[in-house]
Unconditional design. Structure first.
Length: 300
């Protein structure tokens, strides 16, 4: 695999055409995901939040996650929780509780490492460490992976081969967006061909605009988008029998909101429109059916 822009190398799937991953006969369930990490797990600010100080910071992940679990239970919705190894190691009972409530446990890396800063050997070691840790907690290995900060992209396409080799069924790391990913990536579920076999790819919801793709699936993009616009776009995808994928972070629903000297771009990504997190999620859960990625893929 020499890059992510060659469509034939990745299965040749288009956004909307007959190569769609969705069976036209099935009812559409949308995809609900959570990046399970604490408020201090922020990439590229290691000088402000160094790894060696994490254990001294007041954790809010348990209380924040309980809010999400309550909202999901009220809506009878299952989600995929992409768990950071650090969280699984420090809060094992939280992982067991999420699993016991019927949600899927995926993997999100160990210390929120950017994949394109790792060597293939380091990435493989991190995968195996997480598989072992999660497997011991819930007696089931994770089959899905999401890279911190969507850090599998053109710079690290080699990681997809390793995911397949290590037994992962799907990835959710390729963002069809500028800067963090590539707008040429498909915007719907698709299959990536590797030397080991196929690996499903599940991208976040993005909307086409005259200025490029808009990140509607989570973070500031979701929080600042007027809900009627969001609802209309989700219905448009679903009418074409296509699921939409959303992602949330526990810190969006409580916890520490201090800026701790973050650069403006990070502050905006973390807290821009933060007041809209809960209301947007509640409206989505009321208007659309959601399930985990594992449940969705079990239909194929």
């Amino acid at each position: 695999m020499n890059g992510l822009n060659n469509g034939s190398a990745w299965g040749g799937t288009t956004d909307d055409g007959p190569g769609s991953a969705c069976d036209k006969g099935m009812s559409v369930l949308n995809l609900l995901t959570v990046d399970l990490e604490d408020w201090f797990h922020i990439c590229e600010v290691e000088n402000l939040l160094p790894r060696e100080k994490w254990n001294s910071f007041p954790s809010t992940v348990v209380a924040d996650t309980e809010k999400l679990l309550t909202l999901f239970a009220q809506a009878s919705s299952q989600a995929t929780f992409f768990v950071l190894g650090y969280i699984a190691d420090n809060h094992p009972e939280l992982i067991k509780r999420i699993h016991d409530m019927g949600h899927e446990i995926g993997y999100h890396g160990w210390d929120h490492e950017l994949v394109y800063n790792l060597s293939p050997r380091e990435f493989r070691q991190i995968l195996r460490k997480g598989i072992d840790c999660i497997g011991k907690l819930i007696d089931k290995r994770p089959v899905g992976f999401r890279a911190p900060q969507w850090s599998i992209n053109d710079r690290s396409s080699w990681a997809l081969e390793i995911l397949a080799e290590e037994g992962f069924v799907y990835d959710s790391s390729l963002a069809p967006l500028k800067i963090i990913g590539n707008e040429s990536y498909p915007r719907i579920p698709w299959k990536i061909e590797t030397t080991t076999g196929y690996l499903w790819e599940l991208p976040p919801l993005t909307l086409k605009t005259p200025f490029g793709h808009y990140p509607a699936g989570g973070s500031w993009g979701l929080r600042l988008l007027p809900y009627p616009v969001l609802r209309h776009r989700v219905r448009g995808f679903n009418r074409r029998q296509l699921p939409t994928l959303f992602y949330f972070h526990p810190r969006e629903f409580g916890g520490n909101k201090g800026s701790i000297g973050l650069p403006p771009s990070k502050k905006f990504a973390l807290y821009g429109g933060i007041w809209g997190s809960e209301s947007q999620l509640i409206k989505l859960l009321a208007d659309f059916p959601f399930t985990s990625i594992e449940n969705y893929l079990s239909k194929f």
